[in-house]
Ligand binder design. Structure first.
Ligand code: NDP
Length: 293
């Protein structure tokens, strides 16, 4: 599901070697649909396909708009995953699903563990948490990956917007008191492929995991790395690193409140699956090179 999103696109590459892959988006093909707002269509599509693994990369991801389109966000992020979970349970299929650091309230400055209490600050976060809980309550076999600050070489995201604004504007102000790890869709997809392979062989590995790149930064630190990379490649930018100013979240009001502490501890993921999360800068530089190099 969600084959054309940032993560969905990379999953198409990373999951291809694991077996026959059938990809769906919100539009119907051959009587099948991956439209998460069409609960009946979704259910009958899963029943028809009878997959061993369902990977759901589709979501309502417009965080601010979700404050207004509350019912639609709930339908896509919570009710549709519940249907996928019911169907996965009936088929004994493994359901792979993604969630977010926005399930936390952003307090403190230590990385969040999977066992920490969740308290979303906005409706998007609440719907994503409800989706997680639907999977867990259903009793289906599942892998849920909470990730953060997702970017990819294609699609629209902070990385692409900032890279453009640096060329267009002579100065920028970027939030410096929200801290997390920019995480590439490539990394998410590659980790997902490893995890599916291992969880299919060992059911004790199923469950909830935090999946984010290594290290941490603020949006301001992230923007500075993007500016430095462009300068290093000789790309003309007006908003050079010294012309990117830090501002607090309070100076940038948005309809949806964001957590200040988005750090996700990945030790469980690394231990269970024998993986090591690379520093966040590696993937960012790679995505910049793919996009602009
Ligand atoms: P994108 O916004 O890039 O992609 C979301 C996809 O969902 C799009 O392809 C979109 O389709 C699809 N979609 C939206 N509504 C429907 C629907 N009704 N039926 C079917 N498909 C639909 O998201 P990401 O790849 O970045 O996110 C992947 C996962 O990671 C999501 O679960 C998200 O909540 C989570 N996540 C994302 C973060 C981020 O910063 N982006 C941070 C933390 C977690 P279309 O292209 O047609 O609109």
């Amino acid at each position: 599901m969600g084959k054309n999103g940032q993560v969905g696109w990379e999953l198409q590459r990373a999951l291809a070697p694991l077996g026959e892959l059938i990809t769906l988006d919100r539009y119907g093909h051959n009587g099948l649909t991956g439209d998460l707002s069409d609960i009946n269509g979704l259910r009958s599509s899963v029943r028809e396909l009878r997959p061993d693994v369902i990977a759901n990369a589709a979501a309502y991801t417009a965080v601010d708009r979700a404050e207004e389109e509350r019912d639609l966000a709930t339908l896509i992020n919570a009710e549709a995953p519940a249907v996928l979970a019911e169907e996965a349970r009936a088929l004994d299929a493994l359901l792979v699903h993604y969630s977010t650091d926005y399930v936390f309230d952003g307090s403190g400055d230590t990385p969040w563990q999977e066992t920490d209490s969740s308290r979303p600050l906005n409706h998007y976060g609440a719907t994503k948490l409800a989706g997680e809980r639907q999977l867990q309550a259903s009793g289906c076999r599942h892998l849920i990956f909470r990730t953060s600050w997702v970017y990819a070489a294609r699609g629209s995201n902070f990385l692409a917007t900032m890279a453009r604004l640096m060329r267009e504007r002579d100065a920028l102000q970027v939030i410096d008191d929200q801290v997390g790890a920019p995480t590439g869709a490539e990394l998410i997809a590659d980790v997902t492929a490893h995890a599916i392979d291992q969880a299919k062989a060992d059911a004790s590995k199923e469950g909830l995991y935090h999946l984010a790149a290594g290290g941490e930064t603020s949006w301001h630190g992230y923007a500075t790395v993007i500016a430095e990379w462009q300068q290093g490649r000789g790309i003309a930018i007006q908003a050079t690193p010294e012309r990117i100013g830090p501002i607090p979240t309070t100076k940038w009001p948005t309809p949806a409140q964001r957590p200040l502490n988005s750090r996700l501890a990945t030790n469980k993921l690394e231990r269970v699956f024998g993986l090591a999360m690379p520093p966040w800068q590696n993937g960012v530089e790679r995505a910049l090179a793919e996009r602009f190099g």
